[in-house]
Design a protein around this ligand. Structure first.
Ligand SMILES: Cc1cc2nc3c(=O)[nH]c(=O)nc-3n(C[C@H](O)[C@H](O)[C@H](O)COP(=O)(O)OP(=O)(O)OC[C@H]3O[C@@H](n4cnc5c(N)ncnc54)[C@H](O)[C@@H]3O)c2cc1C
Length: 413
């Protein structure tokens, strides 16, 4: 194991001199997420994207950098084999009964140590091992565990983090920046371009993690790391004939948390079940003119369609004064559709007064048939629906309701 010293700041520093150039950063490391040995779908998705990116990278740059999964847990050997079948070249397996459930403080220390371990890097690829300092790229899941862990690990590794990413490209770029390059146009190679929706939800932001090349503030920033939104990238097909290397990692017992031990854990199930529902009616801030009445109309429509109710994120923050039963039942985080909530795929999705921000669309894009009700023809939801009804909720929903009731009455006859 590479010697690491723990300075008073708590940040891990490698026992090698800096400035070995970009060749001391190698491979794409990702942190596998699982629930007691069962891998979560986001892990397969990260592996799929990592595989695609690194295959292109290796052919473009004539290199042989690897996809390396880090797995922490108890009794996870079989799980580590699955990581290989789904695209990892190597897995660093950290097994200990105390690691059965995630504990951020402990996992941060271990993952940071693993990510800088030069002995592991030498086993992963002997040709790159000698100079290895840190991973070139690093992926985490953008869920509750991964969002927290990615921030603390990257703080420990002394680099930056782009969160909630849903598109990735690796390329060379020419950059001129007042501080990073002191105004000079410089070429940066092998840069991970990390895309995410901006805070409005209607524009893309590209985030780069670049070394400071300005001589007065020179500093390297690796790994280039991000957390990845679940449900965005397709996994690759499981291939049990794939071969890979599983490396055991012995933990430094000082890193185990002696004060906290989790004796049992129960996953809290959401109060709202979307998986078995054929139809979902969602509402957004478009209900705002008369929220109480509009929510009642939407609830009635959902009932007639045998649909569950969803909401946009702002609605879950209770932006309108409505009666307590409606507020507590419908303006709830359990019902948010999108990157901050649920990803659903009903046969029918009705979006009432929802503008169609990227974060919302990511949660309903796989729906079968989409109807949007909105007075604004420029609303982005128009590009995501099969039928766009230009109109206000107060006017359109009563007409729809009357028609659904009429059709149902005809069916009975
Ligand atoms: C990190 C991050 C994560 C996010 N995650 C999510 C997420 O998971 N899910 C999510 O939904 N959002 C999410 N958001 C917020 C997102 O960017 C948008 O702000 C939000 O989706 C907009 O909600 P809305 O469509 O209800 O409101 P608005 O954007 O205000 O749209 C209201 C729509 O109602 C229409 N309207 C107005 N009057 C009427 C009427 N009388 N009848 C019918 N329509 C009317 C308007 O034309 C407009 O199109 C996130 C944002 C960030 C920064």
């Amino acid at each position: 194991m590479t010697a690491v010293k723990l300075p008073s700041s708590g940040r891990l520093e490698p026992s090698v001199e800096p400035n070995e150039g970009e060749s001391c950063y190698r491979h794409l490391y990702l942190v596998a997420e699982h629930e007691d040995g069962i891998l979560l779908p986001v892990t397969f998705e990260m592996l799929g994207e990592a595989r695609r990116l690194m295959d292109d990278f290796n052919s473009k740059y004539s290199s042989q950098e690897k996809v390396v999964a880090i797995a922490l847990g108890d009794n996870i050997k079989k799980m580590c084999e699955e990581l290989i079948f789904y695209g990892a070249d190597s897995v660093i397996c950290v097994e200990n009964p105390n690691l059965r459930y995630p504990i951020n403080l402990v996992d941060t220390k271990i993952i940071s140590q693993v990510a800088m371990d030069r002995d592991h890097a030498s086993q992963i690829s002997p040709e790159y091992g000698r100079q290895f300092r840190k991973p070139r790229f690093m992926f985490f899941s953008a869920d509750n565990v991964g969002r927290h862990l990615s921030a603390t690990v990257l703080a420990e590794l002394g680099s930056g983090l782009a969160s909630d990413i849903n598109k990735l490209v690796i390329d060379d770029l020419e950059i001129r920046h007042e501080h990073k390059t002191k105004g000079q146009l410089l070429k940066y190679e092998k840069i991970l371009q990390m895309y995410r929706p901006d805070f409005s939800g209607f524009l893309w932001t590209t985030i780069l993690c670049l070394d400071n090349r300005n001589p007065t503030i020179k500093r390297e920033y690796h790994p280039q790391a991000c957390s990845i939104i679940p449900g965005v990238f397709p996994p690759i097909r499981r291939d049990p004939s794939r071969q890979g290397l599983i490396i055991g990692h012995n933990i430094d017992s000082n890193y185990l948390n002696k004060q906290v031990s989790i004796l049992s854990r129960e996953a809290v199930k959401s109060a709202v079940e979307y998986d078995n529902r054929k139809a979902v009616v969602s509402f957004g801030r478009g209900i705002g003119n008369s929220p109480e009445q509009n929510i009642k109309l939407i609830v009635e429509l959902a009932k007639e369609l045998d649909a569950e109710i969803g909401v946009s994120l702002p609605i879950s923050k209770k932006p309108y004064a409505v009666s307590e039963p409606l507020s507590s039942k419908y303006m709830s985080s359990d019902r948010v559709i999108g990157t901050s909530g649920r990803k659903i795929s009903p046969s029918l999705y009705v979006a009432v007064g929802v503008s169609g921000a990227m974060q919302h669309i990511a949660g309903m894009r796989d729906s079968g048939f989409v109807i949007a009700i909105n007075p604004d023809e420029e609303a982005p939801i128009k590009n995501e629906c099969d039928i766009f009804i230009k109109g206000r909720v107060e006017e359109v929903v009563p007409l729809l309701l009357a028609e659904v009731k009429r059709q149902k009455a005809l069916e009975v006859k």
